[in-house]
Design a protein around this ligand. Structure first.
Ligand code: F6P
Length: 373
């Protein structure tokens, strides 16, 4: 029996995180597995594309094998990848559809030149937004959701989130001992952009006293009242977690600079310094701030990200095999499934402050099964 031959490209785009390498490994292993190949009657080749969309934007169509931009992926090469953080394929925030410098034509030409009949794209809203446009242009796209922000709609999980949570918990545990020794308040800034998941679930997991999220503008007077209340009831120190996108009532979010990336995003940051100063001024308690920043994206993937990377990678390869394109793998109610790509690009999935947050205590909900008015 003659084998059908097909070629898959795979890339990781946007902010890196733990869980990308496991997803790459399992997509590759599933595509190349000899037993599966015999069952399918299809022999796949997998080509890794370096640095997200950049690889396809800057590869010279006359030199399609250029090792600066592409690498053939074999089972042997990816064997140990699930143990490593970041992405061994590199990443970037390059946007082929950047209106100031549109290179989408080059990307389409390179996909054709490389003989790719499908592309597995691992990314968040920006990277998958590009993937969706390429899908409309006829490219066989399969998406895998990743972002520590966990804000993609249509999936209950995005790769990288749990590892980032573990970093937050470990850092807060470390801060607690020194905060306690010195009777200080610590304000810890998490990432998450416009979504409060990292701050909320990081704060719940680490037992923070106050959690401030972008979905609920906060009153600094209320924060100070809560801190003084805790102090009066004998707390030696307090931990306040604030999401980078959180803001005081009547204010706009804190940005690090006016520079925007090729998708039009500002770099957020600075709210923890503001809150720490406001607490110290308002309560007289010594207060320090700490920005966790990219520590949340670093380190080895936790067990959950390795497992979810594995499931997502396998499911993505399954979709490619079936030529079931224009989809993103997802997880809902504990089951791995596939949703139309455009569903993952709707309004972001944010914290529901009516059911998942306590707007009086500025903390996680304190009623789960109880009656709500
Ligand atoms: O989207 C992931 C994320 O880590 C956000 O939480 C954060 O605002 C942003 O990326 C930071 O991006 P960069 O690494 O480009 O500064």
């Amino acid at each position: 029996m003659s084998m059908e031959r097909r070629k898959i490209g795979i890339l990781t785009g946007g902010g890196d995180c733990a869980g990308l390498n496991p997803a790459i490994k399992w997509a590759v292993k599933t595509a190349l597995d000899a037993r599966l190949a015999a069952e399918r009657g299809t022999q796949f080749e997998v080509l890794g594309i370096y640095n997200g969309w950049e690889g396809l934007m800057y590869l010279d169509p006359a030199m399609p094998e250029d090792p600066q931009f592409v690498v053939p992926l074999t089972e042997e090469l990816v064997r140990t990848w699930d143990r490593y953080g970041g992405t061994n394929l590199g990443s970037s925030r390059a946007n082929p559809y950047n209106p100031k410098h549109d290179l989408s034509g080059v990307v389409l030409e390179n996909i054709k030149n490389l003989g790719l009949d499908s592309l597995i794209v691992i990314g968040g809203e920006d990277t998958l937004g590009v993937a969706s446009k390429l899908s409309s242009a006829g490219v066989g796209i399969v998406g895998i959701p990743k972002t520590i922000d966990k804000d993609l709609p249509g999936t209950d999980y995005t790769l990288g989130f749990e590892t980032a949570l573990n970093v937050i918990v470990e850092c807060v545990d470390r801060l607690r001992t020194t905060a306690g020794s010195h009777r200080r308040v610590f304000v810890v800034e998490t990432m998450g952009r416009h979504a409060g998941w990292l701050a909320l679930e990081g704060g719940e997991s680490s037992g923070a006293y106050i959690i401030l999220i972008p979905e609920c503008d906060f009153s600094i007077e209320r924060v100070n009242d809560l801190i003084l209340e805790g102090n009066r009831s004998g707390a030696r120190y307090e931990i306040v977690i604030v999401a980078e996108g959180a803001k005081p009532e009547g204010c706009t979010e804190f940005v690090r600079s006016n520079r925007v990336d090729s998708f039009g995003h500002h770099t957020l940051g600075g709210v923890a310094d503001f809150v720490a100063k406001a607490i110290e001024d308002g309560t007289g308690l010594e207060t320090r701030s700490m920005v966790l920043s990219h520590l949340q994206r670093g380190g080895v993937p936790c067990a959950f990200d390795r497992r979810m990377g594995r499931y997502f990678g396998i499911a993505a390869a399954d979709l490619v095999v079936d030529k079931d394109f224009g989809k993103m793998v997802a997880v809902t109610h504990g089951e791995i499934c596939a949703i139309p790509l455009h569903q993952a690009l709707g309004p972001p999935h944010l914290v529901n402050i009516n059911t998942q947050y306590d707007t009086v205590r500025y903390n996680g909900r304190r009623t789960i099964l109880g009656h709500r008015a």
